[in-house]
Design a protein around this ligand. Sequence first.
Ligand code: NAG
Ligand code: NAG
Length: 497
Amino acid sequence: MNLLSVAFIFHILIDRTLPLTEVSAELSKVWGPGLAPDKIIMPARYFFIQVVNAANNNITTPLTEPFQVVIDGATKTKKPCRLWTAMLDRRDGSYIVRYKMYEPCVYMKISVVHENKHVAQSPYIINNVVYPEDCMCPKKNFNEVTSSWDCGLVPSEITKRLNVFNKIHWDEYRDKLIKTFDRPHAVSLCHYVVKNNEIYRKCYGKYVGFNMFMDNILLSLARKVELPDLEFFVNLGDWPLSLYNLPEKFPILSWCVSTDSYDIVMPTYDITESTLENMGRVMLDMLSVQGNVEASWEDRIPKLFWRGRDSNRHRLNLIQISRKYPELFNVSLTNFFFYRDEEHIYGPKSDYVSFFNFFDYKYQLAIDGTVAPYRMPYLLAGGSLVFKPESKYLEHFYSDLIPNVHYIPVKEDLSDLVDKLKWAIDNDDAAKEIAKAGQKFANQYLLPKNIFCYHMQLFDELSKRVVSTVTVGEGMEHVAQTKIQKCDCDDRIKDEL
Ligand SMILES: *[C@@H]1O[C@H](CO)[C@@H](O)[C@H](O)[C@H]1NC(C)=O
Ligand SMILES: *[C@@H]1O[C@H](CO)[C@@H](O)[C@H](O)[C@H]1NC(C)=O
């Protein structure tokens, strides 16, 4: 045996004994829109870290020795940039880093270090000025923005719903639409016009406070990109408006649509607001829900957990079923309003449980309330297995979800829920795989970047179909940018700095 082969055998022996839990800084992966903060401007920037060992396998347990992430840079007056950085531990060997900026920053650098070694391609040096989200620096070229954000193809739901209309001539629709839906006690609706990147609206109805959600996303987009001139109507209520049985179809934007309406679906005000207020006013968003879950799949209690109010008869039905199978369920109503006179049967109502603690349990139920359950994105992101009753109501992403791949479908009356729960308990590996696929879906399609992209693509596609001239209508209110800082929008770093 020659020396070389001795060395070779020795090498294999050493390789075999490599501890598989030892982190390889080099092989670990770092990715996400927060690494391109000069191009992708969001209220909170974020990126991911996946820990990988020396054999190039993912490590799936939390690290004992955490990463050090340092994000820094200088202001134009050469002071350190004010930034707030936070790390979320997903407890599965992966991490989310998010950060918020308060002022424009040059020479920005993102370092991810583990035990004194740079991870992946760290440090990441940003070669342009990086702006906070409240700078009014709209880029001129809409397509350049969607492509630098890597928005991908136009979501199929946008195309499908807009194709019903083909060309939209508002001069023909406008008055009829207002006349049909001007029912102040039943309908809340706003008419919007975007002209020269300024926003105008006029609302109809008694309860129009929710227009702030539409205002906020439009204002935020108008700071990033020059929006196409646009005219549209937004339904502020829960129920879709443009029902099949009306004599005419109307292109109305809604947060929830149904299989028997022509409304054009957009992300719910809930997920849109949590996108805009990430690291801000909201506690629950698509990232926080992943970093505040305590238990890994194996440690979660194998029961279906649910809390919510009595906004749907099927929810009462759920309570009924659970009483026959206490070993399978931990469910209760938190509030009686719609069926107050049945509280003595379906009560008592239970104490508040933090949404993050829902994921102490393996199984979740996305059951309709008045319409689709707006918690669905968060349920998927939490990594438990989601059971979803059939329903005619749809959020913007439902048509991309695949039953038995991303979630378990059940009948609307819940008659097969017990059997399917038993199946999940008996087939834990398969159940875990579906839960993980659901979480992966949420991370691919429902994060803040995706919510921004969906809106940009929706407005772009809509504008391509509107053939009437866009003018600011009589009595429309100007929705002004508030809380913006003054920024010099030239993002090239100048030499004298
Ligand atoms: C390792 O992790 C990455 C990032 O989370 C993921 O895309 C990939 O599928 C994982 N690989 C395996 C073999 O699980
Ligand atoms: C149901 O869940 C709540 C919240 O996690 C918990 O406090 C309670 O003990 C559970 N009930 C049962 C019967 O396990």
